[in-house]
Write a protein of this length. Sequence first.
Lengths: 153, 145
Amino acid sequence: MSSDDKPSEKPLRVSRGFVDHIPHNKALGMQMLEFKRAEAVFELPYDEKLVGNPDTGVLHGGAITALLDACSGAAVFAALTEWSPIATLDLRIDYLRAGEPGKTITARAHCYRLTRNVAFTRAVAYHDDETDPIATSMGTFMLGTKPGGPPKP
Amino acid sequence: MTLVERLAEAKRSGDCQALLDIIPYSRFLGLQGRASGDELITTMKFSEHLIGNPALPALHGGTLGALLESAAIFELLWRAETIVLPKTITLTVDYLRSGGPQDTHARSIVTRHGRRVANVRVEAWQADRGTPVATAHAIFLVMRE
């Protein structure tokens, strides 16, 4: 069994806190669907208050930015074997196509490299088909930043 | 009225707040617009629902990204001669320090405005303008459909 296969209990305990104890994630109506081995899956249900173009009903890019940021951060926590405070260093988002009004957006993030100081993430946002993405992102996170404490379980 | 007509109307009246209020997501974030001299300042009024880390407390990184992206879009709408709703192609945010539970301001500079694409740099700060909390550069598609 490789170290990757070991369930990391500590991150799992904070998993529910990603939504329940983070006011902005809650305000957006985000849900966490998966949290395991350096991966996290979040979903953002469609909501009229998040619309960027009232003519078309398409969600604002900012809501997708928040979803990808939250999901990427969770993927870093899912990769850690010991809890550490993290901070986003940078996040690049490519908007590939407009989201469809009324449909939930799902994001899957993977922390594909973890060093002592920095974590690297990739994420994709889509409706039903991950191979037909709405947006993709690349992020870097600093580990061991000023402690604020983990989100409470 | 279509979105573009409403935006053009808000622009004609010189009311940048009206321009912001047309977009539902701007109201959700609590964005306020202010034209001061040559500058257009977009402010995200602090509210509890913007918090991403309640322990510090600090703003959610997504809210800073959204403020920067919105400020860039408003700069393009405000400056352009003909209104086209800019479509974000790519947005890159550098997070410089955590955003405290207070108002955050943003200011954009259009570095290039071509026929199809516009490049914009944006900076966000809180109490001290010389100490930015986040910066971004964004590329927009700015052509009529």
